[in-house]
Each structure stands twice: as C-alpha cells, then as structure tokens.
Write a protein that binds this ligand. Structure first.
Ligand SMILES: N[C@@H](CCC(=O)N[C@@H](CS)C(=O)NCC(=O)O)C(=O)O
Length: 208
C-alpha cells in the first residue's frame, strides 16, 4: 500500500468499532479517527450518506466506504497485503468459511443470547446458527485442531471471531470453555490488540 492514501475511521470506543480498530492496528494502517455519538440515533445526513443504518464503525479508504466489521476486516487485509492478514487467494476456503461463520452465526447467536432469545428445538432448523451452544461447540471443534480459526496462520478472521468470543467471556455468556478462553487470551496478547485497547480506552476516558 502506497503511503499517500486517506483513511478515516468513524467509531465510538465502546462499540463494535473496537473490532475495526484492532484490525486497523494489525494492518499497520495510518488513519484519522472520527468519534460518533452513541446512545441516540445518528441523524447527521452526511454520516447517513455513508451508512444509512446510522451505525458504527465505518471506514472510508480513498473514497471507498466499508461498513460491517467482518467486511472491514476482510477489506483491510486485502488493501494492506504486506501485513499478511489473509491467505493467498487459492487458499482462502477456511478463511472465508470462518469469517462468514463469525458474521452469520456467532454474531447473531451472541446477540440473541444476550437478549435472552430462546431457540425451541423445533426452530433450530430455521435458525442459521442452530443454537448458541452449537455455535460455540463448532468453534471449539475447529480450535481444537488449529491454533488459529482458519488454520496455522493468524488472519483477519481471528480478529473478528476472537473479539466476539472475548465479549462473551467478558459478559459471562461464555463459561467453562477452556479452548475458547485460551484462544482469546492468545489473540488478545497480540501487540496490535493491546495498542487498539489502549487507544480506545484513552478515547473512552476523554468522553467521560
Ligand atoms: N453489523 C454491524 C453492526 C454495527 C452496530 O450495531 N453498531 C452499534 C454499536 S456496537 C451501533 O452503531 N449502534 C448505534 C445505533 O444502532 O443507533 C457491524 O458489524 O459493524
């Protein structure tokens, strides 16, 4: 990636923006941060022109708008190839699989778990993630076989999956799952994660 790019990161430090921040730090990107207000609906027309959902995070890279944390992770891995955060294109099967599992199964499963949504046995066939427990069992099944979610190497899929598992551990919805806690601990020990947490914690402190 040439040095003369523009990259703006719209976020709030107490949001999913933390996932994107971690990924920006892994990629070694230079970026400007714009803090959005959370707690009431974003109505700023300029922001809604970037993301009509009125949600954070958003990145704008040389005029390209990317929303959705999983997409932001994948996009940054592609535009900062020197960081080595995505496998070569011929070997991307497991990478795509687990990144999409993170967005399509883990994210809704974790949110519904937090909201107390119960999946009745007769509903499991319709629910893409089956149940929260099945989703975690499946991640453990993979993590028992490889040190990273998509295999031997760390990738952008680890940022996305580990961040969500980390929140589950933090808020107590994931308990007694040593494979998962060991994985999150290893991912969180990465210097880029530590930098990202420091930056977001400092930002949060300025917001009071
Ligand atoms: N699917 C989005 C979800 C983004 C999201 O829900 N962000 C929350 C903060 S964690 C937000 O902006 N909430 C403000 C609102 O909905 O008004 C992603 O993966 O980035």
């Amino acid at each position: 990636m040439a040095d003369d790019y523009s990259l703006t990161f719209y976020t709030h430090p107490m949001s999913r923006g933390r996932i994107a921040r971690w990924m920006l730090e892994e990629a070694g990107a230079q970026y400007d941060t714009v803090v959005m207000e959370l707690g009431k609906k974003i109505t700023d027309p300029e922001y809604l022109a970037l993301n009509p959902m009125g949600k954070v995070p958003v990145i704008v890279h040389d005029g390209v708008v990317v929303t959705e944390c999983a997409a932001i992770c994948a996009y940054l891995a592609d535009v900062f190839p020197d960081a080595g955060l995505a496998p070569p294109s011929s070997e991307r099967g497991p990478y795509y699989r687990w990144l999409m599992f993170g967005a399509g199964c883990l994210e809704p499963a974790a949110i519904n778990q937090g909201l107390g949504v119960e999946i009745a046995p007769e509903q499991e066939g319709m629910v893409g993630y089956r149940t929260f427990a099945a989703t975690l069992d499946t991640l453990e099944w993979q993590l028992d076989k490889s040190p990273h979610i998509a295999g031997e190497a760390f990738t952008a899929a680890d940022v996305y999956v580990a961040a969500q598992l980390g929140w589950g551990l933090q808020f107590g919805s994931i308990k007694d799952r040593p494979t998962i806690s060991d994985y999150v601990e290893r991912m969180y020990a990465r210097p880029a994660h530590e930098r990202a947490v420091e930056l977001d914690d400092a930002l949060a402190a300025t917001l009071g």
